[in-house]
Design a protein around this ligand. Structure first.
Ligand SMILES: [Zn+2]
Ligand SMILES: [Zn+2]
Length: 151
């Protein structure tokens, strides 16, 4: 797995992508990238917008537009977790974790598993280099399980 997770190398990936596709290299876009990479966990466009507002004012349109660009160059991933809003998280420098998703209320919990990590990292695939992975386990959260049983 690729280990160079420094912010400089992340920025370089973005710069290369913007150049190649003839997008403008605006300070707003880099400020958003930097904010995302200093944030731990999942976020949606609104959360990001509010975080940005505190330190570097950008429009909601710029947030959405930058999220699209970052998705295209694979610096963030988009989770379709069944909730109302798409959730995003950074691709690199994120501790590998997995997701427990409640199919009833859409609540997401994260977990890590050392055994899984060891077995996936040692697994070699022909003509394929793994960069990252994530598992999604679907089921019912504690609250929903109780509700459904009693309801
Ligand atoms: Zn996650
Ligand atoms: Zn639930």
């Amino acid at each position: 797995m690729k280990e160079d997770n420094s912010y400089e190398s992340i920025k370089e990936i973005f710069t290369e992508y913007l150049k190649k596709h003839k997008h403008r290299k605006t300070p707003e876009r880099y400020a958003i990238l930097e904010r995302i990479y200093s944030y731990e966990g999942h976020f949606n466009a609104d959360i990001l917008y509010n975080l940005m507002e505190a330190e570097y004012r950008v429009s909601l349109a710029t947030v959405y537009n930058t999220l699209e660009l970052l998705l295209e160059c694979k610096l963030i991933i988009k989770h379709q977790l069944g909730g109302q809003f798409a959730q995003y998280e950074k691709t690199f420098g994120n501790n590998t974790h997995h997701h427990l998703i409640c199919t009833n209320c859409g609540k997401v919990r994260e977990f890590t598993d050392k055994q899984l990590r060891i077995s996936i990292q040692s697994r070699k695939f022909a003509h394929f280099q793994t960069s990252h992975y994530s598992l999604y386990l679907y089921g019912l959260c504690h609250k929903c399980k109780l509700e459904l049983k009693n309801g």
